[in-house]
Design a protein around this ligand. Structure first.
Ligand SMILES: Cc1ncc(COP(=O)(O)O)c(C=O)c1O
Length: 388
C-alpha cells in the first residue's frame, strides 16, 4: 500500500537529483565545485529595493495576511512597467495578479484552465517544471518538435492534436535553449491558437536578458488579451529569485480563474516584498542594462574559453544560458555526471528539459568570468583525457 497518490507519482523524476549526487561525490573527494547547473543569478537585487524591504520589516502594517487590495500598488507599478515597455495598458484589478513566483502561477493557471484528460502543447525542450505541472493537472502532453532555429514547429502539430489542444505554453527568450522569438513568430502562434481555439500561456522571465535588443511580448499584439496570459518575474532582471515575486497579466477570465484556484491554496506575497518589487520595477533602465552587460561579458568569456578547450558552443543572443551539443556521441546525463565527478564542474543534462534535450547540456552563466575560465580549463582537461 503506497501513501503516494497517482498524481504525485506521475510527476517525472528529475535528472537533476543525479547531478546533486554527483556534486556531493565530487565534494567528498575534495574537488572544489563550480556549479553552472542552476539558473539562479549570483548577483544582488538593487540596493534601494533591499532598503525598502528592510524598512518594511519594521512596519507592523506589513505583518498581516495580504489581501488582493494590498497587492494593488505593486500591480499598478507592474501595469506601468508593461505600458512603458509595450505601449499597452492592463487593468490591475481585473487583468493582473501578483504571484509568489511565476512557477506557482503557471502551475496554478494550468489547473484553472484545464480539466484532467485535456491536452497541452509544450515544446519538446522546455523549463522542467512544465512537465510536472501538466502531470499534476492530469493533462495529456504533446511535445512540439523544435525547428532548426530552436523555435517550436507549429506546422508539425497534427491537425487532430491541434483540434484537441487546450493550452500552448511558450517561453521566449527560452530556458534552456536561449532561443529568441520575434513578434512575427508570436503573431503566427496567436493565429494558430485562434484557429484551433487554444489558450496561449507565455512565460517571459528573461524579458530583459537579451543582448541585442528588446524581447517582444505576444500580449501586445491586437486581440491577444482574448486568449493569452503572460508571466513576468522579478527573479531574473532584479536577482530576486529567493524573494518569490512575479505577476500574471492578460485575459481577465483566465486571471479570475487563476485567482480562484490560488484562493484555495495560498495567500499573496508578503507586503514588504511587494514594496520591494515596486522599488525594483522603478530602477532606471540603465541599472538593468548593466546587469545584462555582466551576463554578456560572461557569455563571451565562456564561449571563447570553451572553444580554446576544444568545444564549439553557439553564442546565445539572450538569457543566462549556453545550450550546447555534448561533444562526441556521449549520453548527456552520463557526460554531465562524469564531468562533475571528475572535475567538480556541474552542468545540467539536456534530458532534464524534455525529450528533445537528449544529447545537449545547459551551462548557466552564474559565476564570475575567472570561475568560468577555470571551469572551461577543467572541461578541456576532461575532454582530452576522455578522448585518449
Ligand atoms: C522559463 C522559466 N520560467 C519560470 C521560472 C521561475 O521563475 P520564478 O522564480 O518567478 O518562479 C524560471 C526560472 O529559472 C524559468 O527559467
Amino acid at each position: 500500500m503506497s501513501w503516494t497518490s497517482r498524481r504525485a507519482r506521475a510527476i517525472p523524476q528529475s535528472v537533476f537529483l543525479l547531478m546533486d549526487r554527483a556534486k556531493q561525490e565530487a565534494r567528498a573527494s575534495g574537488l572544489g565545485i563550480i556549479d553552472l547547473s542552476l539558473g539562479s543569478s549570483d548577483l544582488s537585487p538593487p540596493g534601494p529595493a533591499l532598503q525598502t524591504l528592510a524598512e518594511a520589516l519594521l512596519d507592523r502594517a506589513t505583518h498581516q495576511y495580504t489581501l488582493r487590495s494590498a497587492t494593488r500598488p505593486f500591480l499598478e507599478a507592474a501595469s506601468g512597467w508593461y505600458e512603458h515597455r509595450y505601449g499597452v495598458t492592463f487593468d490591475p484589478d481585473t487583468e493582473m495578479l501578483s504571484l509568489v513566483g511565476s512557477q506557482e502561477g503557471i502551475g496554478h493557471l494550468l489547473l484553472a484552465l484545464t480539466d484532467p484528460g485535456d491536452l497541452v502543447l509544450i515544446p519538446e525542450v522546455a523549463y522542467p517544471p512544465y512537465w510536472g505541472m501538466a502531470a499534476l493537472a492530469g493533462l495529456e502532453v504533446f511535445p512540439v518538435p523544435l525547428r532548426e532555429d530552436l523555435l517550436p514547429d507549429l506546422d508539425a502539430i497534427p491537425e487532430e492534436v491541434a483540434r484537441r489542444a487546450r493550452v500552448l505554453i511558450l517561453n521566449y527568450p527560452n530556458n534552456p535553449t536561449a532561443a529568441v522569438a520575434d513578434l512575427g513568430f508570436f503573431a503566427r502562434a496567436l493565429e494558430f491558437c485562434r484557429r484551433h481555439d487554444v489558450f496561449l500561456v507565455h512565460d517571459n522571465p528573461y524579458v530583459d536578458m537579451v543582448f541585442d535588443g528588446p524581447a517582444p511580448s505576444p500580449l501586445a499584439l491586437p486581440g491577444a488579451r482574448d486568449r493569452c496570459v503572460e508571466f513576468f518575474t522579478l527573479s531574473k532582471s532584479y536577482h530576486m529569485g529567493g524573494f518569490r515575486l512575479a505577476f500574471a497579466v492578460g485575459n481577465s477570465e483566465a486571471i479570475a480563474a487563476l485567482e480562484t484556484v490560488k484562493s484555495a491554496l495560498d495567500f499573496n506575497q508578503y507586503q514588504g516584498i511587494l514594496r520591494m518589487g515596486i522599488t525594483a520595477l522603478q530602477q532606471p533602465e540603465a541599472w538593468v542594462r548593466e546587469q545584462v552587460a555582466v551576463f554578456r561579458e560572461r557569455r563571451d568569456v565562456l564561449v571563447r574559453a570553451l572553444q580554446e578547450a576544444g568545444w564549439e558552443v553557439p553564442l546565445p543572443r539572450a538569457t543566462l544560458y549556453l545550450w550546447a551539443r555534448v561533444p562526441g556521441e556521449v549520453d548527456d546525463v552520463a557526460f554531465a555526471v562524469e564531468l562533475c565527478r571528475r572535475t567538480g564542474v556541474a552542468l545540467s543534462p539536456g534530458q532534464g528539459f524534455g525529450p528533445g534535450g537528449r544529447g545537449y547540456v545547459r551551462i548557466a552563466l552564474v559565476q564570475p568570468p575567472e570561475r568560468l575560465e577555470e571551469a572551461a580549463a577543467r572541461i578541456g582537461d576532461f575532454l582530452r583525457s576522455s578522448a585518449r
